[in-house]
Design a protein around this ligand. Structure first.
Ligand code: HEM
Length: 500
């Protein structure tokens, strides 16, 4: 019994010393850090990464006093960058030393992991170079008519939904999700997802599975990105990031589409066409530029990264416009006058002329960014410019987007929705990294143009025909979901709509 007691006490003391040592990591390097709970660090406060409570505390306490601050996710030391010049160095100037987004999970990659968002810098670079031409303005212009077709379906679905209610209350977050699912379905998968007609189609179910994992899975997701080396052992307990049926669904879908297009020689100028072109072209060694597995992974990430981010931008924007009727009227006036100039037709050129619309979209993303913090991992030791601090190779770095976007020293009265902040003259007065809604540098959002295009088309379609106002069911504040990986509204977004 005594022996057992001695063993337990020794193990306990060793464990405490280990934690104590771990939680002194930043202090020992001369980097300011938040006070940690001695036993569990900030484990219990990490309910969701995107809730970013920890970054909020760090930013509030150290902004203006330090360029970067240390904190911990579980026991992993992470650096939080507070200074915009340092943000610029990390994302752009010194990108070569900080090219990874996540610590890599070697040897345990499924097909759906081999995508742009996740790959390490070495494998990411050639893939990004191949995929960048897929997102040029010219390619966007080719896809524009498809978006207009889906927008007509949105108009029909919206009008149908409105006729079903006598109060005029419409729930917008789900409807916008169905719109962007169908747009991505057409342009990325090359199929008609039909979710505007049937909300329960398989694509919606798959989308919900990606973004709304069970509560446990959110912590698991954080655990997985923090300790990828340990995560591989969880597969023995059948814990996986992507379920087998999601992977099978994606593989089947892409293989069927590719076969059909090749057999029937179908060309539609969409993403899948461009990926097939890469699959069929050879590199200098005579090898295919893209295998079907890599293609599946890219199609998966275009869907995953593209539909919920854009639909939240749309529904959050409509919410802000309902709260700020003067902005809504100003935007509608712009939309109507430009459409009139183009004989009432929504063309790519007409859309590009709507500059105030662009400001509204950016201001919405400032107040409601899709990603609360950008992540990077150093692939080499990195000396922080003008300091004696060196981040070790493999350090996890966070750039707290939400905090920067709400910093009153950067955006006066940050809780006010004011699109004019993004007038080019106003933007010139701010630091170039003061807005990070699409990230920045070589690893910024590759789908920026496409995302903005579908959001613009969604806004134009609804605002030209409907006025939105607050209803009794509208939430007073938009709460962020604790259950989703990206920042999406927790509650439904009910607004009153009136036909013009
Ligand atoms: C309003 C819509 C969107 C928002 C707000 C958004 C936001 C972001 C952000 C913040 C990042 C991280 C950037 C960084 O770390 O610097 C990102 C990366 C990415 N996004 Fe988007 N995104 C949107 C739409 C899209 C669309 C439509 C697609 C694809 C069709 C897409 C594909 C990607 C990919 C593949 C990456 C990883 C890029 C890389 O590592 O090279 N996104 N996005």
């Amino acid at each position: 019994m005594d022996f057992f007691f001695v063993i337990c006490s020794t193990l306990f003391l060793l464990f405490i010393s280990y934690l104590r040592h771990k939680y002194q990591y930043w202090e020992q390097r001369g980097v300011p850090q938040l006070q940690m709970n001695f036993f569990y660090g900030n484990f219990f406060r990490i309910k969701t990464m995107h809730k970013t409570e920890i970054f909020h505390e760090v930013y509030k306490k150290f902004r203006g006093k330090a360029k970067l601050v240390g904190t911990y996710v579980f026991t992993k030391p992470v650096a939080v960058v507070l200074d915009l010049d340092l943000v610029k160095s990390i994302l752009i100037k010194d990108f070569n030393k900080i090219a990874d987004r996540f610590e890599q999970r070697k040897g345990s990659e499924g097909i759906l992991h081999r995508h742009l968002l996740r790959l390490d810098g070495e494998r990411w670079r050639p893939l990004r170079t191949k995929l960048t031409p897929t997102f040029t303005s010219a390619k966007m212009k080719f896809m524009f008519p498809t978006l207009v077709t889906v927008a007509q379906q949105l108009e029909e679905a919206f009008s149908k939904q409105l006729t079903k209610t006598s109060s005029g209350d419409v729930e917008l977050h789900d409807l916008m999700g169905r719109f962007t699912t169908d747009v991505i379905g057409h342009c990325v998968f090359g199929v008609d997802c039909n979710s505007l007609k049937d909300p329960n189609v398989v694509f919606r179910r798959m989308g919900r599975r990606i973004f709304y994992p069970k509560y446990f899975s959110i912590r698991l997701h954080i655990f997985m990105t923090t300790y990828p080396a340990l995560f591989k052992y969880l597969k023995f307990f059948n814990v996986q990031e992507h379920s087998k049926d999601l992977e099978d669904f994606m593989v089947q879908l892409v293989s069927d589409t590719v076969r059909l297009r090749e057999e029937q020689n179908i060309h539609r100028n969409d993403f899948i066409d461009l990926l097939i072109e890469l699959k069929n072209s050879k590199d200098t060694k005579g090898m295919s530029q893209m295998s079907i597995e890599v293609m599946v992974a890219q199609v998966y990430i275009f869907f995953a990264a593209g539909y919920e981010t854009s639909s939240s931008n749309l529904s959050n924007g409509l919410y802000e416009l309902a709260k700020n009727p003067h902005v809504q009227e100003k935007l509608r006036a712009e939309i109507k006058s430009i459409l009139e100039k183009h004989n009432g037709e929504l063309t790519y050129e007409a859309m590009m002329e709507m500059t105030y619309l662009d400001q509204v979209i950016t201001e919405t993303l400032r107040m409601h960014p899709a990603i609360g913090a950008l992540t990077r991992v150093s692939i080499d030791d990195y000396k922080i410019p003008d300091t004696d601090i060196t981040l070790e190779k493999g350090t996890h770095i966070y750039i707290p987007v939400s905090e920067i976007h709400y910093d009153p020293a950067i955006y006066d009265n940050p809780k006010e929705f004011r699109p004019e902040r993004f007038h080019p003259d106003e933007m010139q007065k701010r630091h170039p990294q003061a807005f990070l809604g699409f990230g920045d540098g070589p690893r910024n959002c590759i789908g920026l143009r496409f995302g903005r295009m579908q959001v613009r088309v969604g806004f134009i379609t609804l605002l030209k025909s409907y006025r939105f106002s607050l209803s009794e069911k509208t939430p007073t504040e938009l709460e962020i979901s604790k259950y989703s990986i990206v920042l999406v509204p927790h509650s439904k977004i009910w607004l009153k709509a009136e036909k013009l």
